[in-house]
Ligand binder design. Structure first.
Ligand code: ADP
Length: 429
């Protein structure tokens, strides 16, 4: 059903959606001609052409009917009149009620049972539509004037920042369907790998750090506490992946667990959570529009995400190439995982066994073409518990001059000399 170029109009009946995969090579332009429509919870402005980058997969949904015009080529585009969106918006309505209740009840400083908004966690296998549902719930809430916190625990894709991180940010406006979430000041912890099995303990430690910071923010801010949070998780739901889900539910004190398209997972969670009062486990249907992405596609989209961090979505950012002396920077690696090659360790050091031990890394060409995180830590001891300011990409290492050339979003000194290495290679293409 691939479409060639040229403009065409599509009329959408109420409660139906136009599912689109933008072609590989060129962007697609699209606008709302009449009626009302939304992309994953964010309303389209009338008549304004929007440009969607190659490979983006999305749906334009209408509650009451709309006409859409598109111009450009698509890999696929088709209309579907069966969507789970009514059940999703019903969940939203329940969450709204809880937010309003939390806002209305007087704060009680004497104990921890302060009025709470919903703490929603979205779980399910890969490609079940978890990130999409999270975005919808957040955008609908933001449209009503709430500022819910989005927590992204999916290190594989990274909806808030680059892959390999867990992160959180308040959502103050419906999420822009093209630009995504503004990268302004998210709270980011660097895990450094794209699968948790590399270092499960470290993953748990970081989840805990993130949860503690949000907990502190919530106790200082009744508005965000009432708005609550939406937590997106990884698609790893078997074995250790399942343990990590339980760990996240527990650590964030989630009180609404939304399970997408998996009977077995749902009943397992119901079973273990039945003794936890006040936790609702809700099974939701997976949307037929969710597109499965193979390993190669995922790898590609990870690279795009990293590229976007430095260059912007439309090549609209100009990263800065900087040079530093070896002595100006301290690079560390955290814990076990795939062992750092011996050559990356100081002479005589043994690869670490403790999963959260900090291992100093000798600067050498192994770091070439890798992404490092810049820690906010003031002291090496704080590295694991500190969030990161951003990322740099190593483009050259001169062993004679002892200098590192790296790409950073901006010029000037880094906010700290402490860098964390992981396993995030990226070929700048
Ligand atoms: P998960 O988070 O479970 O891995 P996503 O929510 O990221 O899954 O969805 C997978 C892909 O499918 C994404 O590219 C998303 O934009 C796309 N997608 C989700 N729902 C729809 C839909 N209704 N129509 C078209 N594409 C969709």
């Amino acid at each position: 059903m691939a479409q060639g170029g040229g403009a065409k109009q599509v009329k959408l009946e109420r409660e139906s959606e136009l599912r689109i995969e933008v072609g590989n090579d060129a962007p697609l332009k699209l606008r709302l001609l009449n009626g009302t429509a939304e992309i994953f919870g964010t309303e389209l402005p009338p008549e304004i052409w929007l440009t969607f980058p190659p490979r983006l997969k999305f749906a334009v949904f209408t509650w009451y009917g709309a006409t859409i015009e598109m111009d450009g080529s698509t890999e696929t585009d088709y209309t579907a009149d069966e969507t789970p969106n009514i059940s999703y918006v019903n969940v939203h309505a329940v969450l709204e009620e809880r937010r309003n209740r939390a806002k209305a009840s007087p704060p009680d400083d004497s104990n921890s049972s302060q009025p709470q908004g919903p703490r929603v966690i979205v779980v399910g296998p890969t490609d079940s539509g978890k990130s999409t549902l999270s975005k919808m719930l957040l955008s609908w809430a933001a449209k009503q004037g709430w500022k819910p916190t989005f927590v992204d625990l999916d290190i594989g894709q990274g909806a808030i920042t680059i892959p390999g991180c867990i992160a959180a940010t308040p959502i103050e406006m419906p999420i822009d369907p093209v630009e995504g979430i503004p990268l302004e000041i998210p709270l980011v912890y660097f895990y450094g790998h794209t699968t948790p099995s590399n270092n499960v303990d470290l993953y748990k430690v970081l989840v805990k750090e993130l949860a503690q910071v949000i907990e502190r923010q919530f106790s200082a801010n009744a508005e965000s506490r009432a708005a609550g949070m939406v937590i997106n998780t990884m698609g790893w739901i078997e074995g250790q992946g399942y343990e990590l889900l339980l760990h996240a539910i527990d650590t964030f004190d989630a009180n609404v667990v939304l399970v997408l398209g998996q009977e077995k997972l749902c009943s397992m969670l119901r079973d273990v959570l039945k003794n936890k009062p006040g936790v609702d486990v809700v099974k939701l249907q997976r949307s037929g529009g969710v597109v499965s992405r193979n390993a190669k596609f995922r790898q590609k989209s990870r690279s795009h995400r990293i590229r976007e961090y430095f260059y912007g979505l439309a090549n609209d950012l100009s990263p800065h190439s900087n040079i530093a002396n070896f002595s100006d920077l301290s690079v560390f690696r955290i814990g076990g995982g795939p062992q750092a090659p011996r050559s990356a360790l100081p002479i005589g050091a043994e690869p670490a066994a403790d999963p959260t031990r900090l291992v100093p890394v000798n600067i050498n060409r192994d770091l070439l073409q890798t992404v490092l995180a810049v820690s906010f830590a003031k002291d090496p001891d704080q590295i694991i518990s500190s969030n990161v300011a951003g990322f740099i990409y190593i483009t050259d290492i001169d062993l004679h001059r002892k200098t590192i050339t790296y790409l950073a979003p901006s010029a000037g000194d880094l906010p700290s000399k402490y860098l964390i290495a992981g396993n995030l290679p990226w070929l700048e293409t």
